[in-house]
Write a new protein. Structure first.
Lengths: 271, 494
């Protein structure tokens, strides 16, 4: 009896630990665009306070999977998702889940910087305002400043908060978009090739930022650059032809991958 | 040889030139077309262009110039007593000569010899051939007609020879130029470019011409009526133009017409803007592709209905309906079944014009809303904004300048619209603010002043040009401002 309960407790603890470390769990996720199947039964878990990189050749389904995580695929006509994805313990495709609430918890940064044609201040305050996160103007100022500081943009823009966000440089725009995502206090931040439109210096800044954000957020990043995946992530998942080939610690992935295809891709033999 | 036959021959020479040019160029390089600078078709086109273009230009210049030359030399040979007559009478004489000349071509040589010296018989003979004369011809006219006929004949022959010679010569000249490294493509493309420039300048020149003619006529008007009386007058009462009297001074106040135009336009926009914008938002943001593919063309069918049809829709359906419903309402409230909305009223015209404008508003705004980058929508949705928050706070503000531009363009259509207001707004030029009463617009008054028998010397008629140029200035300003706004908006995303 005692023994039984002890092992049960241990099991429960294990279970809890693995649950805690897995912020999001994808189980048998498949995606169809009309008749075309883009993703085949992907099982991929996203660990908490970890940067997970999704790599693979173009059209392999990594962006598709990323967009499943906050249901951005809903905005695409005739896109169908099957399988199960949970955030903490909530099934995000459950009918009871409000997609708006989900996207507040799982923020997203896009490939091309897409600041709204509004002022920098309004770009940041947009999210908090629609979610009612601030009580008054001072509160909002606080949120805007904190978000910009976290995104490492505060010193650069603090004197021109009321100028248009589209007037910033590409790299600044992208960090503005990250700040905008942070302002809603999400738990997970999804990044879809956030540096592909940036020059190397801006890229370095964004990567540094990702590194710092890891302490507070769970991050999933899609990238075409092996070096970037190696630099910023702790876990890496390799996709090929809509299938998850391998998921592993980044260090292991880039030195001694389990799968031959991963090896080939990383060595630049295809893709 | 008549003109169409000449054109046909030119076309044949052109085609022949094309074929031989293309073949010759291929033969030059032994059938290996890659050795040619241009594709063989360009060499063919080069020959064809040289064969046709200069010849056609000469043909048309000749056709325009030769009658002028012939006319002046025939008039120069008029007897002295005719030359002292007024220009108008000389013109009449020349007109008669051309008729006689035309008639004499239908007569045989014998007939001419018989009637040549007998004006009365000549007139009868020509009448029998279907060429009526206004009076008995004078002897000098018959001679002049013979001269005219001869000159026309010679001119025709000369023209035919010259044109065909130029065509063949051009073709031969171009054919001689063909060589493997000859840049035929560049030459032909220059000609194509030239024709594109000509085509676009025709539209521009026409606009300039119209404006210039309106300006000169309006200037005539302003010599009779002072400009300030026209622009600031509050009474529109042009009276009738009594021919020859010249004393019936009317009052030409623009203000009542202008206010009527703006008022009706405003009411129309009041109906068109909300409905058009809402339907544009639905079409661009909510409608599934299936719905959109059916609904959008249907909505645009509205734009294809001729405005006169809207006009009688207003006249026979909307106007009486508003009148009747107003009398019913009045009866229910006060017991007095008098209608307070006139069948022809600002409201009727504005409402029907509003319906006409819906497709313009919705179609233009739809395009502008759709042009807002998807990235902006994704960015907003990705932050957890709902669809309607995204539309209200991101999409519409981003599209706003473009939408304002579209609305201004629509407004300029409303200002220039004629047929609906002619039928639905009434013709009474009144200065009042009740939308249930008739008012009239600038366009209606232009129609009024220019229908019926006209003499283009009285201010009653010339005022139409002053009205027209005013209207043109208003719509031009609206359009320029709209284009300016739209262009500024485009820059944002490029």
């Amino acid at each position: 009896m005692n023994m039984m309960s002890e092992s049960a407790v241990e099991k429960a603890l294990d279970q809890k630990m693995s649950d805690a470390s897995h912020k999001m769990i994808g189980k048998d996720v498949s995606v169809y665009y009309g008749e075309k199947r883009a993703l085949f039964d992907v099982n991929l878990n996203v660990r908490e306070n970890t940067v997970t990189a999704l790599i693979g050749p173009s059209g392999c389904g990594k962006s598709t999977f990323l967009r499943c995580l906050n249901r951005m695929n809903d905005t695409i006509e005739n896109c169908r998702v099957t399988g199960k994805i949970t955030l903490d313990t909530d099934d995000i495709y459950d009918n009871n889940i409000d997609v708006v609430e989900l996207r507040a918890r799982v923020g997203m940064v896009f490939q091309k910087p897409n600041p709204f044609p509004k002022t920098i201040y309004e770009n940041i305050s947009y999210g908090p305002r629609i979610h009612g996160l601030s009580k008054n103007k001072a509160d909002m100022d606080q949120i805007v400043e904190a978000s910009l500081q976290r995104a490492g943009l505060w010193t650069e823009v603090k004197d021109r908060l009321h100028e248009s966000g589209t007037g910033l440089s590409g790299g600044q725009q992208q960090r503005l978009c990250i700040a905008r995502a942070i302002a809603v206090s999400p738990e997970v931040i999804l990044m879809d090739e956030p540096c592909s439109a940036l020059d190397p210096i801006a890229t370095a800044k964004v990567e540094e930022l990702i590194h710092e954000l890891r302490a507070n957020y769970t991050i999933v990043i899609v990238t075409h650059s092996m070096q970037q995946a190696a630099r910023v992530s702790q876990r890496t998942a390799m996709f090929h032809l809509g299938q998850l080939v391998e998921e592993n610690d980044t260090d292991k992935m880039f030195t001694n991958p389990d799968d031959q295809r991963t090896q080939d891709y990383i060595m630049g033999r295809f893709g | 040889m008549n003109t169409s036959l000449i054109l046909l021959i030119l076309a044949i020479i052109g085609i022949a030139g094309y074929v031989t040019g293309a073949r010759y160029s291929m033969a030059l390089v032994g059938g290996i077309s890659s050795k040619l600078h241009s594709r063989p078709g360009y060499y063919g086109s080069f020959v064809a262009v040289w064969a046709i273009l200069p010849a056609v230009v000469i043909l048309f210049v000749w056709l325009v110039a030769s009658p002028i030359y012939i006319s002046s030399s025939v008039r120069g040979a008029f007897p002295e007593e005719v030359k002292t007559q007024s220009q108008a009478e000389q013109g009449l004489s020349y007109g008669m000569i051309t008729s006689i000349a035309r008639g004499m071509n239908a007569l045989t040589g014998d007939e001419i010899a018989r009637v040549e010296n007998n004006p009365v018989e000549l007139r009868a003979a020509l009448g029998a051939k279907g060429v009526p004369l206004a009076g008995d011809p004078q002897p000098f006219m018959v001679k002049a007609a013979a001269v005219l006929n001869r000159m026309t004949f010679v001119s025709r022959i000369l023209m035919t020879i010259v044109v065909l010679a130029v065509s063949i010569g051009g073709a031969f000249f171009a054919y001689r130029q063909i060589a493997p490294r000859f840049r035929a493509r560049n030459r032909v493309e220059k000609v194509v470019l030239g024709s594109l420039v000509v085509a676009s300048s025709i539209a521009i020149l026409t606009t300039i011409g119209i404006v210039a003619s309106m300006l000169t006529e309006a200037a005539h008007f302003f010599t009779a009526i002072p400009a300030w009386e026209f622009f600031f007058g509050t009474v529109w009462d042009p009276r009738f133009a009594a021919a020859g009297s010249g004393g019936s001074e009317g009052q030409f106040g623009l203000i009542p017409l202008l206010l009527g135009t703006l008022y009706i336009g405003f009411v129309a926009m009041l109906f068109a803007v909300p409905i058009g914008l809402f339907s544009a938002i639905y079409m661009s943001e909510y409608a599934s592709p299936k719905v959109r593919s059916v609904a959008k063309p249907l909505l645009e069918v509205l734009a294809g209905i001729p405005t006169i049809v809207y006009g009688f829709f207003a006249l026979t359906t909307v106007g009486p309906f508003l009148r009747d419903i107003s009398s019913q309402l009045n009866g229910l409230v006060t017991g007095d079944y008098a209608n307070f909305i006139q069948a022809q009223s600002v409201l009727t015209a504005g409402f029907v014009m509003g319906i006409m404008l819906i497709p313009y508003v919705s179609s233009l705004s739809d395009d502008i809303i759709t042009a807002v980058p998807r990235a902006l929508r994704d960015g907003s949705l990705g932050l957890g904004a709902t669809r309607s928050e995204t539309i209200k706070k991101v999409v519409l503000p981003a599209a706003l300048p473009g939408i304002v531009g579209a609305l201004l363009m629509t407004a300029s259509r409303a200002v220039g619209e004629t047929m609906i207001v002619v039928l639905a707004a009434g013709v009474a030029a009144r200065l009042q603010i009740n939308p249930f009463e008739p008012m009239t617009t600038v366009t209606v008054k232009i129609v009024n002043q220019l229908t019926g028998d006209l003499e283009f010397t009285s201010p009653q008629t010339l005022v139409a040009f002053a009205l027209g140029i005013t209207l043109f200035a208003i719509t031009l300003c609206l359009n320029i401002y709209a284009l300016y706004i739209v262009r500024k908006y485009r820059e944002q995303y490029e």
